[in-house]
Design a protein around this ligand. Structure first.
Ligand code: SF4
Length: 342
């Protein structure tokens, strides 16, 4: 499971930056969260015995609508009793990542790219997360142990792209990121670096001038894939934070997850796409839910998914309609939603 508390460096770092302080002040208590948005626990079916605990930054809470038990941001983070429901087809490793975990810290699923588990830590705990049961304890290499992952990449010339993932890779300090990136840069066949992160969305202060300089200065072609599911998550502070990255030539993409009761309405999805593009981010993927244990209540039936895609195509230019995909264990790539007549 994802680490319960911030990594040691965060608590000990006397020179903590504003984003690090924000991570130290995340909300982990449901009563405190509900009090901040004028709700009482009685209004919600909360699970207080979660092994995947509540964790949400205050900046994200500030974007919730007070008094709304059905707020789409609140639903993404509040542990619900519905998470205890077990259904066939839902499991702890829905994408069979354990089989692709070739060496500690490295997952090799698809041709030409590998994924590094930079950290187990996240700024926010998303209730639908497909890695909520991931074996992080076995994937936390020390600096010395990372050499296995770099040797693996060096040993396969087909690997052109390295993806930093986690946990959230931007939750580690820049000095660690810098070290990792320099190790990747030293592998001649690798030309692209992709970072998958939700941190800039939930704590926009994470995009510091130092981070921009680090990414812009790499010999690798860098892209940043954000993770936002609802337009309400995208406020002006994020728009401002992303601007220097855009100006530095970093490709900005978004992947969202289709979530029942959160964004499974055509208005919500079109607004998300339009807002993303307005702040310079291309709406790239809309993932169907990964069938992870604890997330059954977020699944959208396939018939509805097709209707939503058709409605988006009818309303938006093609470049604002994300690719509707699902991840299938052991498949050679993400699988696009098949076209069907409506
Ligand atoms: S930020 Fe990403 S890895 Fe972390 S809990 Fe959310 S979805 Fe999972």
């Amino acid at each position: 499971m994802i680490a319960r508390s911030p990594a040691d460096w965060q608590a000990k770092d006397a020179q903590a930056e504003p984003w690090q302080l924000a991570l130290q002040k995340v909300i982990t208590d449901s009563d405190e969260l509900l009090a901040l948005i004028d709700l009482t626990p009685q209004a919600l079916a909360i699970d207080r015995r979660q092994t995947f605990p509540l964790r949400v930054p205050r900046a994200f809470v500030a974007r919730m609508q007070p008094g709304r038990a059905d707020d789409p941001l609140l639903r993404q983070v509040l542990p619900a009793l519905a998470e205890r429901r077990l259904l066939p087809g839902f499991g702890n490793d829905p994408l069979a990542e354990a089989e692709a975990n070739k060496v500690p810290g490295l997952i090799h699923k698809y041709h030409g790219r590998v994924l590094l588990i930079v950290t187990s830590h996240c700024a926010i705990h998303c209730r639908y997360c497909f890695r909520r049961h991931f074996a992080y304890a076995a994937n936390q290499p020390s600096r010395a142990d990372w050499s296995q992952a770099f040797d693996y990449i060096r040993g396969d010339d087909s690997i052109r792209e390295v993806i930093l993932s986690g946990g959230d890779p931007l939750s580690v300090p820049d000095r660690h990121l810098q070290w990792l990136i320099s190790q990747i840069e030293a592998i001649p066949a690798v030309s692209r670096l992709r970072i998958h992160s939700r941190l800039p969305v939930v704590v926009p202060q994470r995009i510091t001038p130092a981070l921009v300089a680090l990414l812009a200065g790499s010999r690798l072609q860098v892209s940043l894939v954000l993770h936002a599911n609802h337009a309400q998550e995208l406020d002006d502070s994020l728009a401002t934070a992303l601007r220097p990255l855009r100006h530095a030539g970093i490709a900005l993409l978004n992947q969202a997850v289709l979530l029942a009761g959160i964004n499974d309405e055509v208005e919500a999805l079109t607004e998300l796409s339009e807002r993303l593009f307005a702040i310079g981010v291309l709406p790239y993927y809309l993932h169907l839910l990964d069938r992870v244990a604890g997330a059954t209540h977020f699944e959208v039936v396939e018939e509805r998914v097709h209707l939503l895609r058709a409605a988006m195509l009818a309303r938006l230019p093609g470049y604002l309609v994300p690719r509707f995909v699902r991840e299938v264990a052991r498949a050679e790539s993400k699988v696009p939603l098949s076209p069907v007549p409506i």
